[in-house]
Design a protein around this ligand. Structure first.
Ligand code: SAM
Length: 245
C-alpha cells in the first residue's frame, strides 16, 4: 500500500536539497506542499515535474482524508513545507498521526532544519535543549509562557518573525534577564549572520539595524553562564582562546 515520505527541503540555500530528496520528489505520485507556487518554483529549479496539492492549516481537515485516499489507492505521497522539515513549526503532525493510525508506512528523507542549524553554531550548550518554536504573538500570553520557561535550564530555541523580534528580545530581557543569546539570521544564505552574545547586545544591534529576514533565537538556559562550559573542559577552552589572541 501507499507510503508517506516526509522530505526535508532547503532553508535558504537550494544546494542543500539532498540527492535522495531529489530522487524521491521526482518519483512520487503526488507532492503535498504548503504553497504550490512556492514549491513549484523550487521543484522546477531541479527540473522536477510533479503533481502538487496544497496542504496547510486551513485546508488540512478536508485534505487529510483525501491524502489517505491517495495512499489507499497505492500511490506514493511526499509532504514538503516551504522550508526545512515538514512538521517543524509547519503543517504535518496531524497528517503523520492519521497516516500511522491508518496503517501506512511513514518515512523521512532528512534535510536542513533551522533550529538544529542555529543551535550548533550558537556556542551555547547543545547537549540538552528545548525547542519552543513560535511564542504567542500577543504580549500577555507571550510573557506568561516566558515566565513558565524562566526556570528551564536547557538551552532554549525560538522561531520569530523579524517584525516581532525586538518585542521578543525586550520580553526576554524583562523576564529571563540578560542571558547569553544568539540570533541566527538568514542561515545558509548569502547574508547569513550571527548576532549576540547577550540579550542586551542583540537588542542594541537590532535597535540600530532593523531586523529583516529569517531569524532563529538561541537563549542560554536558566543560570547559564560560562560555568556551563566546564563539562566540556574549561582549560582547553581558555587555552584555545589565549592561543588565538
Ligand atoms: N520547517 C522549518 C524548519 O525545519 O526549520 C521552520 C518553518 S517556520 C514556519 C519558519 C521559521 O523558521 C522562521 O520564522 C525562522 O524563525 C526559522 N527559519 C527558517 N529558515 C531560517 C533561516 N534560513 N535562518 C534562520 N531562521 C530560519
Amino acid at each position: 500500500s501507499g507510503v508517506l515520505y516526509l522530505v526535508g527541503t532547503p532553508i535558504g540555500n537550494l544546494e542543500d536539497l539532498s540527492p535522495r530528496a531529489r530522487l524521491i520528489l521526482q518519483s512520487v505520485d503526488r507532492i503535498a506542499c504548503e504553497d504550490t507556487r512556492h514549491s513549484g518554483q523550487m521543484l522546477s529549479h531541479f527540473g522536477i515535474k510533479a503533481r502538487l496539492l496544497s496542504f496547510h492549516q486551513r485546508n488540512q481537515e478536508t485534505r487529510i482524508p483525501q491524502l489517505l485516499e491517495i495512499m489507499n489507492n497505492g500511490e506514493t505521497l511526499a509532504l514538503i513545507s516551504d522550508a526545512g522539515l515538514p512538521g517543524i513549526s509547519d503543517p504535518g503532525e496531524e497528517l503523520v498521526a492519521a497516516a500511522i493510525m491508518a496503517g501506512y508506512h511513514v518515512t523521512c528523507i532528512p534535510g536542513p532544519c533551522a533550529l538544529t542549524t542555529a543551535l550548533i553554531t550558537s556556542g551555547l550548550p547543545t547537549r540538552r535543549f528545548c525547542f519552543e518554536g513560535f511564542l504567542p504573538s500577543k504580549a500577555y500570553p507571550r510573557r506568561v509562557r516566558l515566565k513558565e520557561l524562566s526556570k528551564e535550564s536547557r538551552t532554549l530555541i525560538f522561531y520569530e518573525a523579524p517584525h516581532r523580534l525586538i518585542n521578543l528580545l525586550e520580553d526576554l530581557e524583562l523576564i529571563m534577564g540578560n542571558r547569553p543569546l544568539q540570533v541566527a539570521r538568514e542561515l545558509t544564505k548569502y547574508h547569513e549572520e550571527q548576532i549576540g552574545t547577550t540579550v542586551l547586545e542583540a537588542l542594541a544591534h537590532f535597535r540600530t539595524i532593523k531586523p529583516q529576514g529569517e531569524c532563529t533565537i538561541i537563549l542560554g538556559g536558566a543560570f547559564s553562564n560560562i560555568l556551563q562550559y566546564i563539562p566540556w573542559d574549561l582549560n582547553i577552552l581558555i587555552q584555545a582562546v589565549n592561543d588565538a589572541k
